[in-house]
Design a protein around this ligand. Sequence first.
Ligand SMILES: [Zn+2]
Length: 277
Amino acid sequence: MAFVAVPWRSSAQGSCTRHVTFKPLARADQSQAFVERPLRQIMSLKDDLVIANRILYAQGVVDAFGHVSVRDETDPGTYWIARNMAPASVTADDLIRYDYDGAPSDGDERRPYLERYIHGSVFRARSDVGAVVHSHAQSTIPFGIVPEARLRPVWHMSSFIGGDVPIFEIRDVEGDASDLLVRSSATGDALAHSLGQSTAVLMRGHGATVVGRNVHEAVFRAVYLALNARVQVEASRLGALMSLTAAEAIAATATIAGQIDRAWDLWAAEAAATSSS
Ligand SMILES: [Zn+2]
């Protein structure tokens, strides 16, 4: 084997072995690099997806419920997500690849998330999306259940919201007796339609779904969408709100785009310290 995954260790992350590094290819093995590159990409993808699960839990975006997925660029039409379990406990061995209709593409029949259809439908509808976060973050719930309320960017850190966050009404698809969960591709497609070209969509009486070009961006947005909701509610008690203009949102988003990994690195270290303590 030309390269071998080995445990990665740092003083900041104690005995955590979530990361992998690779022994360099010998010169004679260079011709194999093209064959092995997809494997490298998948191992990196899975590594990041495990960290994303831990971060979302540590930051309070998900609890026992909620999930995050990453599109598999090496195999168009598929994405990776954990089996049915609490995000804080996810390891690389818990990740399963699905097609956009929610079927396991590798024959892995372990119990899946009921709402995995959210992810496949969004990936199918949005070629620009590389990662999806679905959560039941409490701070976002009021904005889906109060008809007059609109979640909108009120500070620069959440400028990616752009304007009013759209709301998905599941009654339009499932009637008024559903359990509010996205249990089929048809309902997932309706959710993706409500999302449109936005970065997030609220789900009335349920939660929110956030997208990003990659998993770092999707996690960043999921964290700050929940924080924006909290700030907006707190500020509304003081008086009339001022939200960002469309131009301010664009300018701030461009600036912050280059800073996302700073947050990712901090949150990953914090999540690793928490999970190893
Ligand atoms: Zn849900």
